[in-house]
Write a protein that binds this ligand. Structure first.
Ligand code: DGL
Length: 280
């Protein structure tokens, strides 16, 4: 069991920010990644759809044999984490708890900003999680639709990004927050521009680092770290265009990876067609 890969899912390429941290903190672990780029963004969808897509992706990872699941997507974590914990017998870690914990440790003024997709902000998962540990913390949230598209387009062009980011973050002007949770896997890739808009007095929290730390603690505590010393072969799947995914992933991870095109929904349809043909 301990030599199985860690299964990581995201709605697209954003979850690679978590993979990058897992590689840094746990270089001996094997990763099996599924990015549902064909259906990205999840963040503008209804909960019912986010649930269907997320569980389909997680079921796929579990069917491949993984020792742990990481939901490297804030939207999917907000909507599905609790249910996923009941559904699977392996440990499952989301990105919201770790991000909230890092923010509590970072804020001195007890004033925290949260930005994320419409679904994540609408779920109020961050304020609820923050208030569970720290009731007096002031939380100001803002959905930032448009940021994901900015990142998915490829290299960030500061001139293009700056006015969009500045306009979305107007909410935080004069709020005196000293900490901002980047509550979406894509946003760390916009961190430079976000930091420029908010100024140096606001600390940016990237939950990827803290999430990888949780994974590391769990594996160590339960003696589940990989013991095989053979060459690691990571596997990356995307339901979208594999070439495009490879291009963005290589840029973000700083190394070339092999990405296969695989849509879990296609396989399902194929199976249904095959079994209806067999019945005829
Ligand atoms: N991965 C999503 C998140 O962290 C962002 C992209 C999307 O909306 O699907 O919320």
């Amino acid at each position: 069991m301990r030599n199985l890969p860690i299964g990581v899912m995201d709605s697209g390429v954003g979850g690679l920010t978590v993979v990058s941290e897992l590689w840094r903190q746990l270089p001996s672990e094997q990763i099996l990644f599924y990015g549902d780029s064909l259906r990205c963004p999840y963040g503008d969808r209804e909960e019912i759809e986010i649930r269907r897509f997320t569980f389909k992706a997680l079921d796929f990872l579990v069917s491949q044999g993984v020792k742990m699941l990481v939901i490297a997507c804030n939207t999917a974590t907000a909507v599905c984490l609790e249910e996923a914990k009941d559904r699977y017998s392996i440990p499952i870690i989301g990105v919201i708890g770790p991000g909230a914990r890092a923010a509590i440790a970072a804020t001195e003024k007890q004033k925290v900003g949260v930005i994320g997709t419409r679904a994540t902000i609408g779920s109020e998962s961050y304020p609820k999680t923050l208030h569970r540990t720290h009731q007096k913390i002031e939380v100001i949230s803002q959905a930032c639709p448009g940021f994901v598209e900015l990142v998915e387009r490829g290299p960030i062009d500061r001139e293009v990004a700056l006015p969009i980011v500045a306009s979305a973050l107007r909410t935080f002007k004069d709020t005196e927050i000293d900490t901002m949770i980047l509550g979406c896997t894509h946003y760390p890739l916009l961190a430079k521009v976000i930091g420029e808009v908010l100024g140096s007095g606001v600390r940016l929290i990237n939950s990827a680092e803290e999430t990888a730390r949780d994974v590391s603690h769990w594996l160590t505590e339960h003696e589940m770290t990989r013991s095989d010393k053979d060459v690691l072969i990571h596997r990356f799947y995307t339901s979208g265009d594999a070439n495009r995914f490879t291009e963005i992933a290589t840029m973000w991870l700083g190394q070339k990876i092999e990405v296969s095109s695989y849509d879990v929904w296609d396989q399902e349809e194929r199976k249904q067609k095959e079994s209806s043909c067999a019945r005829r």
